[in-house]
Design a protein around this ligand. Structure first.
Ligand code: UD1
Ligand code: MG
Length: 455
C-alpha cells in the first residue's frame, strides 16, 4: 500500500498578526510545520506533499532539509482547493492522508490507528467529542449512526451546532475516489470556499462506507490560530514531556516550570529544579542533579554530577561526579573529567580539564589542556588570544596556579609546578618548581598621607 501525505499549510494565519508565516512560528523551539513533517515521516509515507501559500517561499526554505514536495496554492479558495493542488504529486498513491500544518501535536500512533480503522473503507475521518465544539465542523450522522456529512459551523443549523462530535480535519482516503470527490466540490457555502469536508457528503451519497476514529488526547487535535493558543499548546506539550520523564524516574521539582526544546535523555534518579531549559540533544547520567535556572544545550552530564544554580552549558561534556556552578559557563568543547569542580563565574571554552581538578572562582580557561588534580586559583586567566591567533595553554598534573595569574599562551606549566599569585607567565614554567613574576614588595618609611590644604 503506497501512502501519500498531503500537509495543508497555505492558510493565511491572520490572527497571528505576524510577518512570519504561521507554520514557521515555533513550538518547543521548532517550527509548527516541522513537528507535523516529523510525524509524517514516522508514518513511512511514500511521498509527502506540502501545500504552501503564495509568498510563503520562506517556509520551504526554512524546512529545506526535509524530504518532501512543495506546491503553492496561488489563491486561497479553501481546504478542498488546497488539497487539489497537492493531488498531482500524489497521482500514483493508493491512499492519501491529510494533515494540517497548524495542528502540530498529532501523534503518529493516532494516525496509524486512523489508517488501520479506515483500511476497509474508502474514507476515514478522525473525530473528537468536545465539551465546547464552537468553531469546528460537526459530524452529522444518520439514524443508524452512519456518517452522512460534515457541516461547517458557519453553515450549521441550531440543531447541528448542538452536535458535540467534531471534525478534527485529519482524514485518509482512497486516492482515486478522493480525486473523483474533489472534482465534484462546489463553493456554494457561507465562505464561498471549496470545503474539503464536503467530500464526506459526496462519499455518503455514493453509498461508500465512512469510518471514524477518535484521538486519545485533546491536545493532539488543537490547531493554532493566535499567539494565545500557541502559548497554551506549548505548555501542554511541555507538560506531556514532563509527565513522560517523571514516569521514567526523573524528579522535577515543578513540572510546570520546565522546558525542553529538543531531546532530553535522563538516567534514573535525576533531579531537576525549577526554571531549567534543555535545548538540542542533552543527556544526563544517573543521579545527576540540576539546580534552578540552568540552560543546557547539546551537552552530556556524567553520572552523579551536580550542576548548581544559574549555570549555562553548551556543546560541552562532563564526566562523573563533577560539580559545575553556581554561575558557571561551559562553552563549546569544554570537556570536564571525572570529579572536577568548576565554580562560580568560571568560563571554560575548548579546554580539557583533568580528573579531580578544581577551577573554583572567577576564571577564564580557553584553548587549554589541564591535567588532573590541578588547582587553579581565583582570577586566573588564560590569555589565549593575541589579537590575531588563538594559542594553547598546557598545565601538567598536580600543578598549583596562584590567584590572579595571567597565563600568556602559548605556554606550558610543568607537572607539580607552583605559580606564585599575581604572576604574568609568558614563558614555560618547569615541573615541581615555584615560578613567579612579581615586583618586590617595599615599604616607604618616610611617606605620609597628603592632608587637605585649608582654603
Ligand atoms: C477546518 C475544517 C473543519 C474542522 C477544522 C479543524 C474545512 C472546510 N473545515 O476548518 O471542519 O473542524 O478545520 O481544525 O476543511 N488551508 C489551506 N488553504 C486554504 C485554506 C486552508 O492550505 O485555502 C489550510 C490551513 O493552513 C490549515 C488547514 O488548511 O492548515 C485548515 O484551514 P482552516 O482555515 O484552519 O480551517 P478551519 O476553518 O479551521
Ligand atoms: Mg483552523
Amino acid at each position: 500500500m503506497k501512502l501519500g501525505i498531503a500537509v495543508l499549510a497555505a492558510g493565511q494565519g491572520t490572527r497571528m498578526k505576524s510577518n512570519l508565516p504561521k507554520v514557521l512560528h515555533r513550538l518547543a523551539g521548532r517550527p509548527l510545520l516541522s513537528h507535523v513533517l516529523a510525524t509524517a515521516q514516522e508514518l513511512g509515507a511514500t511521498r509527502i506533499c506540502v501545500v504552501q501559500g503564495p509568498g510563503d517561499g520562506q517556509v520551504s526554505e526554512a524546512l529545506a532539509g526535509i524530504d518532501c514536495d512543495w506546491v503553492t496554492q496561488l489563491d486561497r479558495h479553501g481546504t478542498g482547493h488546497a488539497l487539489i493542488q497537492a493531488m498531482p504529486k500524489l497521482h500514483d498513491m493508493d491512499r492519501v492522508l491529510v494533515l494540517y500544518g497548524d495542528i502540530p501535536l498529532i501523534r503518529a500512533e493516532t494516525l496509524r490507528q486512523l489508517i488501520a480503522t479506515a483500511a476497509p473503507a474508502p474514507l476515514g475521518i478522525l473525530t473528537a467529542t468536545l465539551a465546547n465544539p464552537a468553531g469546528y465542523g460537526r459530524i452529522v450522522r444518520g439514524d443508524t449512526g452512519q456518517v452522512r456529512a460534515i457541516v461547517e459551523a458557519r453553515d450549521a443549523s441550531a440543531a447541528e451546532l448542538a452536535i458535540p462530535e467534531i471534525n478534527t480535519g485529519f482524514l485518509v482516503a482512497d486516492r482515486t475516489k478522493l480525486e473523483n470527490w474533489l472534482s465534484r466540490l462546489t463553493n456554494n457555502n457561507a465562505q464561498g470556499e471549496y470545503y474539503l469536508t464536503d467530500i464526506v457528503a459526496l462519499a455518503a451519497v455514493d453509498g461508500q462506507a465512512i469510518a471514524t476514529c477518535q484521538a486519545d488526547r485533546e491536545e493532539e487535535i488543537l490547531g493554532i490560530n493566535d499567539r494565545l493558543q500557541l502559548a497554551d499548546l506549548e505548555r501542554r506539550y511541555q507538560r506531556r514531556l514532563a509527565g513522560d520523564l517523571m514516569r521514567e524516574g526523573v524528579t522535577l521539582l515543578d513540572p510546570h516550570r520546565f522546558d525542553v526544546r529538543g531531546q532530553l535523555k535522563a538516567g534514573r534518579d535525576v533531579t531537576i529544579d525549577i526554571n531549567c531549559l534543555f535545548e538540542g540533544e542533552v543527556e544526563l547520567g544517573d543521579g545527576v542533579s540540576i539546580g534552578p535556572n540552568c540552560l543546557l544545550k547539546n551537552c552530556t552530564i556524567g553520572a552523579n554530577s551536580r550542576v548548581l544554580a544559574n549555570s549555562v552549558i553548551e556543546k560541552a561534556r562532563t564526566g562523573q561526579d563533577t560539580q559545575i556552578g553556581p554561575f558557571a559557563r561551559l562553552r563549546p568543547q569544554a570537556d570536564i573529567a571525572d570529579g572536577a569542580h568548576i565554580g562560580n563565574f568560571v568560563e571554560i571554552k575548548k579546554a580539557t580539564i583533568g580528573p579531580g581538578t578544581k577551577v573554583s572562582h572567577l576564571t577564564y580557561i580557553g584553548d587549554a589542556r589541564i591535567g588532573g588534580n590541578v588547582n587553579i586559583g581565583a582570577g586566573t586567566i588564560t590569555c589565549n588570544y593575541d589579537g590575531v591567533n588563538k594559542h594553547l595553554t598546557q598545565i601538567g598534573e598536580g600543578a598549583f596556579i596562584g590567584s590572579n595569574t595571567a597565563l600568556v599562551a602559548p605556554v606550558n606549566i610543568g607537572a607539580g609546578a607552583t605559580i606564585g599569585a599575581g604572576s604574568v607567565i609568558g614563558r614555560d614554567a618547569p615541573a615541581d618548581k615555584l615560578t613567579l613574576t612579581r615586583a618586590p614588595q617595599k615599604t616607604i618609611h618616610h611617606w605620609t598621607r597628603p592632608v587637605k590644604i585649608p582654603k
